[in-house]
Design a binder for this molecule. Structure first.
Ligand SMILES: Nc1nc2c(c(=O)[nH]1)N[C@H]1C(S)=C(S)[C@@H](COP(=O)(O)OP(=O)(O)OC[C@H]3O[C@@H](n4cnc5c(N)ncnc54)[C@H](O)[C@@H]3O)O[C@H]1N2
Ligand code: MOO
Length: 394
């Protein structure tokens, strides 16, 4: 058995970062930008007003001062003239500040009669002018690689980029294995259960920018597994679920091996998720990276968060790093941990973390309630309430 850290390193060694493609901005959220972007112009391109009010010369803006309004500057339509002493220009938020003006007085600080405005006492400090380029300057670089969040898409739009170069999406083939499985919506026999983790993992992988594809369920026969692996030949990553342990019907490792899979490791010192395996499929089957997940539904999902998520990020050109941990106080004590890294399902509230009493790796209802996996390193001593512990947000 190898450690979680060693398993992650071995997985990263199997990743071959994918090529790139250009997508319209509307499709860019959640993708990994792979080429630097340079701003074509300053933003804002002119000194602009931050408020609705009147543009004047700053030194003249004193309580009770009076000005004659000589025109208007609106967003998209500037005032072309110059503001001279004793003059003001009506101005709106986002409008270019006219030449000569160095301050905007809020309209709340003004009384107006016809073309004459009088400033109130007191006045706020001002100047309510955003300098040109305060957001970004022409030539500023937005650096890749970067996972594009909605705010990043907004910034790229502001930089006048209608398209962006992103990583190709990793194609992931998901193979469930087991005679007991039926698909959701089918009519299960008395000894059958419904395949669940396939769908949980597909959903998780989509949030990670991948293009997962659920293949037909492979039965516990060599022929069925072989044909599933053949169907997965065009994938970048083949993920099997179940059949990874030591039972007579756990055939995934054997069949993949017979098809030329070069195994990188089998079994990780973690709980749940111990019977994890990884390797590279034979060249005949496309040479894709392969991860064999344990069948227990919680084990498969935990391995998805701990291993598949960082792997899918690395495929898309992001740094090869473990899934980022957060920290929060523990609300109820935990016993000392055993020899395996334990990912404990926990309720996450604003006050902190509370591990669920049952950590049985078959119980999805508890995973669904959990907002966190508390990470307990091998042989961690008992933890008291109030201790700050690391966790994986899920
Ligand atoms: N003698 C030993 N037995 C087991 C060991 C061991 O070390 N020695 N390890 C246990 C651990 S830990 C795990 S985890 C399981 C994993 O076994 P497999 O990967 O071979 O998984 P299966 O036996 O195929 O299935 C386990 C369990 O999960 C259900 N399952 C499978 N696929 C799905 C799916 N797509 N959706 C929902 N549920 C699924 C399956 O019906 C079983 O109930 O092995 C322990 N045994
Ligand atoms: O590792 Mo198994 O995944 O403990 O249930």
């Amino acid at each position: 058995m190898i450690s979680v850290e060693a398993a992650l390193d071995a997985l990263f060694a199997l990743v071959r970062p994918l090529g790139t493609e250009e997508v319209p901005l509307r499709e860019a959220a959640g993708r990994v930008m792979r080429a630097d972007v340079h701003a074509f112009r300053d933003q804002p391109p002119f000194p602009g007003s931050a408020m609705d009010g009147y543009a004047v010369i700053a030194e003249e803006a004193q309580p009770h001062a009076m000005f004659r309004v000589i025109g208007e500057s609106a967003a998209g339509r500037r005032f072309e003239g110059q503001v001279k002493p004793g003059q003001a220009v009506r101005i709106f938020t986002g409008a270019p500040v006219p030449e000569g003006a160095t301050r905007v007085v809020l309209q709340e600080d003004v009384t107006r009669t016809g073309d004459i405005i009088t400033l109130t006492d007191p006045l706020d400090a001002g100047p309510h002018i955003r300098p040109a380029g305060v957001d970004f300057r022409q030539g500023d670089t937005f650096t890749a690689p970067r996972l594009l969040r909605p705010a990043d898409v907004a910034l790229l739009a502001a930089m006048n980029q209608p398209k962006v170069t992103v990583s190709r999406q990793p194609k992931v083939a998901l193979i469930s294995t087991g005679d007991e499985l039926v698909l959701p919506g089918e009519d299960p026999g008395p000894d059958q259960i419904v395949a669940s983790n396939t769908f949980g993992l597909e959903a998780l992988f989509r949030t990670l920018g991948a293009r997962p594809r659920i293949l037909p369920i492979a039965r516990d026969t060599r022929a069925s597994l072989e044909s599933a692996f053949h169907l997965a030949a065009d994938a970048d990553l083949v993920v099997t679920i179940g059949g990874a342990s030591v039972g007579d019907h756990d055939l995934v490792g054997q069949v993949a091996g017979d098809l030329g899979m070069e195994q990188s490791f089998y079994k990780v010192a973690m709980r749940p998720g111990k019977p994890l395996m990884a390797g590279r499929m034979g060249a005949d089957l496309g040479g894709a990276m392969m991860i064999g997940l344990p069948g227990n539904p919680v084990s498969a999902m935990v391995c998805g968060h701990v291993f598949a998520a960082p792997v899918l990020r690395a495929f898309q050109g992001l740094p090869a790093e473990p899934a980022p941990l957060a920290h929060a106080p523990l609300l109820a004590p935990l016993p000392a941990n055993g020899p395996r890294m334990h990912y404990m399902r926990a309720r996450l509230s604003p006050e902190g973390l509370r591990a669920f009493d049952s950590q049985d790796s078959s119980i999805l209802s508890i995973l669904s309630e959990a907002g966190a996996l508390i990470q307990r390193p091998p042989h961690a001593p008992a933890a008291e309430a109030g201790e700050i512990l690391p966790y994986l947000p899920i």
